[in-house]
Design a protein around this ligand. Structure first.
Ligand code: UDP
Length: 458
């Protein structure tokens, strides 16, 4: 982008969904538009999981009052919580925008609103003010193509998923099988379907969709979406690569940096990093299978066990006493890791992940092969692409068992396939770097996005 400050004198208002995997890319996008576009930035957010404002002194933050309490937030699942936000935030957002927009051109005029894609309520609020709204999709384009096909999948009988059909191919969406379709263990199964459909409609009604992905990674899905949606698509990721690692903190939990010095003492490409992101929960039995699978693999491992990840336990009480000590320094457990720095570390050999989109993309960008253990939502689609399309990882069977875990680790670290997988992911890593350089695909799409935002006002 030649004129780095083209957006100067224009304000963008952005709203994240209050979950780690959504807050991070939205704040990164805001920072990209601030630093590369010159725009002024306002972030409106819920009080629950409010972002770390001190990391972004150059932004204005506004908390929407009354959306939901922390107690309420801890008792419902993410789908239900998103529904609550979509209902209760409409009034406070309307009131806030009325004041902000009535200030007219005195300060930086608001050029547009950018909302997380699951906050579909923002479309009608923006329409009331004739404020253009862009959508940020924090997931990949390939899983979104599946979301956009939900009505068709229901019509064809693939949804709701039936146990007896899990191995059947989904004819309209190769290479997916029924078992790869995105599901959510919500207390209200219909709620997930409705949230998906409303979010898709919200994208169709928007001024454009911004993606934390890059054209070279997801060209087939982006091409199909361009055919199905009449709004522009801006794949301008990977967002985190615009910044130096650790330069800004978007983390809701404090990362334990001691694991970096532990990694320093390990051989190159020897360590398995294990993390299931910010939402996934596991049973005590699964925790033990993971523990023994890691122990029996004989590889060094760095394992993130988030407090509360094990249902019914505070932290790691269910592990056998002396578990780590008996491994003689081969294993290290933290509550939360500085993941970007971990994935960059030369000691990393593999990432055992739940395939949240951010983790998947971060792994691709650092060329770290993946062991995939997806749980819900888009994770299963992401995992399928990792293992079968990009061929940069292997999938564990659905049921976590120590023998299978040990086998998968050995296959990825030592087996015949390991070299091919490593070559494939290094190839993608290179493409992720090139797309951000001047003239690269993401560079050019960001340029288009800035131009399109500015042309809205002319
Ligand atoms: N993350 C982190 N430290 C950890 C585990 C995760 O910083 O110990 C970050 C990770 O880098 C990613 C985000 O949390 O940016 C998780 O997002 P993702 O989409 O992978 O999964 P989600 O948490 O939404 O399921």
């Amino acid at each position: 982008m030649e004129e780095k400050q083209r957006g100067k004198g224009h304000r963008l208002v952005l709203m994240p969904s209050p979950f780690q995997g959504h807050i991070t890319p939205l704040l990164q996008l805001a920072d990209i538009l601030y630093s590369k576009g010159g725009f002024s930035i306002t972030i409106v957010h819920t009080v629950f999981n409010s972002p770390n404002t001190s990391s972004f002194p150059h932004f204005t933050f506004h908390a929407l009052p009354g959306a939901l309490s922390d107690t309420e937030a801890s008792t419902v699942d993410a789908v239900h919580l998103t529904d609550i936000i979509n209902t209760r935030c409409a009034s406070p957002l309307r009131e806030y925008l009325a004041v902000l927009l009535s200030q007219g051109d005195k300060e930086d005029p608001v050029a547009c609103f950018i909302a997380d894609g699951v906050l579909h309520f923002t479309q009608s609020v923006c329409d009331e003010f004739q404020l253009p709204r862009f959508v940020l999709r924090t997931g990949g384009a390939s899983p979104f193509l599946v979301f956009a096909s939900f009505p068709l999948l229901r019509q064809r009988g693939y949804l709701p998923v039936q146990e007896s059909r899990l191995e059947e191919p989904v004819v309209d969406l190769p290479p997916l099988k029924v078992k790869d379709l995105p599901l959510f263990q919500s207390h209200h199964p219909e709620a997930f379907y409705n949230l998906v459909c409303r979010s898709v409609d919200g994208c169709k009604a928007s001024s454009g969709v911004i993606w934390n992905t890059f054209e070279e990674l997801e060209s087939p899905a982006l091409t199909k979406l361009r055919q199905q949606f009449s709004v522009p698509m801006y794949p301008i990721g990977p967002f985190h690569k615009y910044f130096l690692p650790g330069s800004t903190s978007t983390s809701l939990l404090t990362p334990d940096k001691s694991c970096i010095s532990w990694l320093d003492g390990k051989e190159n490409k020897s360590v398995v990093y294990v993390s299931f992101g910010s939402i996934v929960a596991i049973s005590e039995a699964e925790l033990l299978e993971i523990a023994w699978g890691l122990a029996n693999s004989k590889q060094p491992f760095l394992w993130v066990i988030r407090p509360g990840i094990v249902r019914g336990s505070e932290w790691i009480e269910p592990l056998p006493s002396g578990f780590l000590e008996n491994l003689g320094g081969r294993g290290y457990i933290v509550k939360w890791a500085p993941q970007e720095q971990v994935l960059k570390h030369p000691a990393l050999g593999a990432f055992w992940t739940h395939n949240g989109w951010n983790s998947t993309l971060e792994s691709v960008c650092e060329g770290v092969p993946m062991i995939c253990a997806p749980c819900f939502g888009d994770q299963k689609v992401n995992a399928k692409y990792v293992s079968d399309v990009w061929k940069v990882g292997v999938q564990l069977p659905n049921k976590l068992e120590r023998v299978e875990i040990e086998k998968a680790i050995r296959k990825l670290m030592l087996g015949d396939e390991a070299n091919e997988i490593r070559e494939n992911i290094l190839n993608l890593k290179e493409k992720a770097n090139v797309c951000l350089e001047e003239g690269g695909s993401s560079y050019c799409f960001l340029d288009c996005l800035v131009s399109d935002i500015l042309s809205l006002k002319s």
